[in-house]
Design a binder for this molecule. Structure first.
Ligand SMILES: Cc1ncc(COP(=O)(O)O)c(C=O)c1O
Length: 473
């Protein structure tokens, strides 16, 4: 039976290696900030922004980028986003309030919160921040507040229900595209004109299809073409986020991992995950059922090339998205979260203990918990790094699982079994790379009164980093 564990080597930046290879620096940071710590490179963030800015500058239509702040809670990214000329997409009262307190100007802010309390609506309207409206109740409240304070509210309308290959792309969010003309006729009347400035349309699609996104833009442009002939004048289409990024170095490793995982689920090889978790695959009478329920960590088509594919999508008249945006003078807005955080963050944790369980598994207990590296993905499929205080040249490799501090059997930090060159010791550092997008923050909780991890940023590219290069909020 095959027992070899497949590898998944992550794309890892120079700044990360400088941290990984400096045990002394890790120790000094843990001493002050405890374990785990999240480190963010603001240079990497700027480079990602520039990549989008450069590709958009090659087109003749107008565009704006808003960083989807929900993907990471670290405040220093807000100032970095604004310093690099982009705006911020906020998803809650707190996110919006923080940006306003940081003096981010209103034209650089939008609110796409899924649930908007009256407090949030008031904050946005009073500060002239564009609200992306999801439903009729929100509209009614916006009208009420606008009337009460005599301020014209800036809004965009979120739509869904686009047609794709004969089916509707259904969503819990937004107004159905088929209801928009009615809504506008009935609601945006002359009597209501003083209450709203309706500036554009918004959507965010689940999944990572470029052709669905391209098609949806075309359908929104068709809608605008119909509507702009009347009194309203729509200026933008905001296509949300969901632009793919690539985490892994080798496509063959990614493909091998998937087939080996299926083999393990079918019990044709030794398990490569804790309790032989199929991460979405199941064994039904000797056949694989289901799909891998993780992020697609390997992608040839990512960021700029993904965006280009959307913009090149043609309609029935062979007009590409980019041509129609230019012709109709419609601004394209993007809200990337994850892909702007590519190579931006790492999470480092100290080893607290080692043990061997009754099944013979080596369990490495880390001073962190499962909520500090968790997204909606079934597992984070990147090999971690170990920084050994006492590296031993002739050490025996060892296969391990990493366990976390919550009192739950399922607090297994990576479900994958990992081969390490040497058994870690207490105080060694385990480093997970590329965790800034969703992984480090999205589900972080404070069960057992554990404090949240400290977030640090590092600015500038240096040969050798020292303690003072790392800044808190
Ligand atoms: C409305 C909206 N905009 C932007 C994003 C960011 O998406 P991503 O981080 O995949 O780029 C999301 C993510 O869920 C979203 O719901």
């Amino acid at each position: 039976m095959n027992t070899k564990l497949p590898k998944l080597e992550p794309i890892t930046s120079e700044w990360m290696f400088k941290f990984i290879n400096n045990y002394e620096l890790q120790e000094s940071l843990f001493k002050s900030y405890e374990s785990p710590i999240n480190i963010h490179s603001l240079d990497a963030f700027s480079r990602n922004i520039k990549e989008y800015q450069e590709i958009l500058a090659t087109y003749n239509f107008n565009s704006k980028i808003f960083f989807a702040r929900k993907a990471n809670k670290f405040q220093n990214l807000i100032t970095a986003a604004v310093a690099n000329g982009i705006g911020v997409d906020t998803a809650s009262y707190e996110e919006l309030k923080q940006c306003i307190d940081l003096q981010v100007s209103s034209d650089k802010l939008i609110s796409t919160a899924a649930i908007k309390s009256r407090k949030l609506l008031e904050l946005a309207i009073k500060n002239k921040v564009l609200l992306v409206i999801d439903n009729q109740d929100e509209l009614d409240q916006v009208a009420q507040i606008a009337r009460e304070y005599n301020i014209k509210a800036k809004i965009g309308i979120r739509i869904s229900g686009f047609y794709y290959e004969g089916n509707k792309l259904l969503s819990r969010f937004g107004f159905d595209i088929d209801d928009i003309e009615n809504l506008l006729q009935n609601y945006f009347t002359e009597a209501n004109e003083h209450l709203f400035n309706i500036e554009g349309f918004h959507f965010h699609l689940d999944g990572y299809s470029t052709s669905q996104r391209g098609e949806s833009i075309h359908q929104t442009l068709d809608l605008i073409e119909n509507l702009n002939s009347s009194k309203t004048s729509f200026k933008f289409i905001d296509i949300g986020g969901g632009i793919l990024m690539n985490y892994l170095r080798h496509q063959n490793e990614w493909n091998l991992f998937k087939t080996e995982l299926q083999d393990a689920v079918l019990e044709n090889r030794e398990p490569l995950t804790y309790n032989n978790d199929g991460l979405g695959y199941t064994n039904r009478n000797g056949q694989i059922e289901g799909d891998l329920a993780t992020y697609p960590y390997y992608n040839e088509n990512s960021k700029a090339s993904f965006l280009k594919e959307i913009l090149d999508t043609t309609n029935d008249s062979s007009k590409a998205v980019y041509q129609r945006l230019e012709q109709l003078n419609i601004e394209l807005r993007l809200e990337p979260g994850r892909s702007l955080l590519n190579q931006v963050g790492i999470t480092a944790a100290r080893v607290a203990h080692r043990k061997v369980d009754a099944r013979g598994n080596h369990l490495i207990g880390l001073e962190m918990n499962m909520s500090q590296m968790k997204s909606s993905s079934a597992d984070f499929l990147l090999d971690p790094f170990v920084s050994y205080n006492n590296p031993i040249k002739e050490a025996e490799p060892v296969e391990v699982y990493f366990t976390g501090a919550y009192c739950l059997e399922r607090d297994i930090l990576l479900k994958r079994k990992i081969e390490l060159p040497q058994l870690p010791e207490i105080g060694d550092t385990i480093i997970f790379v590329n965790t800034a997008g969703y992984m480090m923050h999205f589900f972080e909780t404070e069960a057992h009164l554990f404090k949240r991890a400290q977030n640090l940023s590092v600015l500038g590219r240096k040969e050798h980093y020292t303690f003072d290069d790392f800044k808190t909020e």
